[in-house]
Design a binder for this molecule. Sequence first.
Ligand SMILES: [Zn+2]
Length: 792
Amino acid sequence: MGVPPTRPADRAFARPRRRPIAAVAATVALLAVGAGVLVGLSTPAPRPADAPEGEFSAGRAFRNVEVIAAEPHVAGSAANDRVREHLVGTLRGLGLQTEVQDAVAPEAGQLSGAAGGATLARVRNVVARLPGTDPTGKVFLVSHYDSVQTGPGGNDDGAGTSAILEVARALSTGPRPRNDIVFVLTDAEEACLCGAAGFAADHPLARDGGVVLNLEARGSTGPVIMFETSRNNAKLVEIFGRAAPHPVGTSFAVEIYRALPNDTDFTAFLDRRFVGLNSAYIDGGAIYHTPLDVPARMDRGSLQMHGDNALGLAREFGRTDLGDLRAGHDDTYFPVLGGLVRYPGWLTVPLAVAALLAVGALGWLLRRRGRATAGTLAAGFGLTLVPVVVAPLGAWLLWTAITTIRPGYAELLDPYRPVAYRLAVVALSAAVLFCWYALLRRRVGPAALAFGGLAWLGVFGVLLAVAVPGGAYLTTLPALAGALAGFAALATRRDGPWPVVAVTLAAAVAVVILLPPVVLLFPALGMGMGAVAALVAVLLGLAVLPVVDLLHPRAGGQRGLLALRARRLGALPAAAAALAAVVLAGVGLAVDRFDAAHPVPTHLMYALDAGTGKAAWLTREEKPQPWTDGYVDGTVSIADDFPGLGTTELRGGPATAAPLPAPKLELLSDSRSGDQRVLRVRVVPQRQVRLLTLHVDTGTATVRSASVAGRDVPVEPGDGKWGFGVVFHAPPPEGVEFTLTLVPRGGAVSVRAMDASDGLSGVPGFRPRPEGVGVVGSHSSEMLAVARTYPL
Ligand SMILES: [Zn+2]
């Protein structure tokens, strides 16, 4: 590439002497905008318990958190019974029509890691109704009151459940709403979303559908994000922006959420006739599903935000005509300084094309005005890919290095204290961008590099508009703003103040649009995927390049020592950012050490074949921690012995057989007609268990149809020896009845029953964890499974 001839007027953005002033003014302006963005994403102050009765009070709600999350209360447990009684008593105390829906329900949607067969649960949903004065439909406030087996669920979903109780209180003290408000506190969400599925499918109040507001928490702090909507959401989003006091939500979140292995009750409603909004706070994910998810770890500001939004939305949907909520299109929407900006989704493609064309026109103008050549524009465009690729790669390498130093991070969604690490990734991205810019700005020129950045933002905008429409605004709008600023800069006097004002305004647009995703992607994806946030940070950097340029001495013009000094000064931002990245990574390692309050998470299970007396320790850890390593010594195949665990291979090691009984199999009836056999069996757990499973060896019989507790289940042949299976969560003590219609292959039919409880403390050979060693937040941590094969 050649060095373009520069005319004096083109060399500098502002007059040399005014350049430092312009740099400081633009930087201060952008920092102020950035601070405004952070304030817009912050949580409100929690209101005290004596707040006015029409308001939501985190202080009042928190009293319920303490009762709900006093101990782990997995579906089917005695602790869960106690929580349910508290919920029923509280809702009845408000004068609401309250009942418990006791049912057997199948799972909803696609569950990650819940393989092992068709899944059902016995659920007991708490359902209360506030009848409307002149209903046009129903508004459902939904959260789940069960917890995982490993922790008390202070946040997940003590937050949603206590918020709904407080909303119910506030609503029942004021004037009655026009529409029915139904409070649905579901059971067995953690196991299989079965409570919500059972309500949506079978409850009389769900028959005509309605609006669902689902409240969740996947962490302990941070802003509540409205991250999922039903399709054709324009009307819903409009109401959200208007009625939620803290409307943090983005159409991009839905796309991110789909990429995550999470599911909530909302899925069960979307499968049916419902519309609605799904909200959660997600920062502080280290404690998610662990014993540390206790009430004391809850950020009551997040609880206040959840409740403020839920109450505001319940009131608004309570008075809206619910007949016409399905607008014909989806909206694009995103948070802007405490508000919500939205526009119809059908504008996405035209806007993206317009932005790209505008950037193209800017390139053409830059060339015509002699500010760049075709060669430098092409170079600017091509070389912009370097930071776009290198910064995410650097973030990935940085985290790989940190997890090598501290392997315990492998089992954590996010570190306990991730802020320094997040800032290190941002600093690293800045270092890459500044370094790249310092190396190229003299060769390629500021105008061509700024063009390159805008061009890629424009290209990404078009690609996103096609593939991920809800996220296209992220690059389309900064590209458009940048191109318009470029036109304005070219149309005004080069050495006047207006070019600086124009590019600063465009940079402010980019900060407003791209800073929230940088901030929110870290907790959403965890440090393991910090590269995604690094990518967005670099895109933000590209959009503010003209302001970055002001931090450098003016390009061209100097000779000799002056040029050398200018080049040294130009390297300053890059060096400062690189140093910051290293220091912050070190601070992260120093601050976020594992200790008793922040233990290194470990995963252990125990599985026993009561028929053969063979037992094993099992872990899902890919590279077992030192504590876990004391139990396991290699990969073991469990497909044949424990099909109910839903996986074929785990790390494992031999264990002593515990004197524990397998679930009993009672043959209730056995009838034959033609080549078919109909077996009615009851599987009865002999201990207090959380789940039981039944599998049929499809080498001994083909399963034609099956029903469980009176419900038909799908018969899809699976892989391996145990080709048919059922997982039943929260089985009643009297057991679960299965009816199997089979075609035997001659000889006995082989059936395997397994059940599982939680807690390993009584198991022979188990040594309690030392201080600083904790439990991984998962649905199988501390599981104790007992299986046995029965020939029939
Ligand atoms: Zn959960």
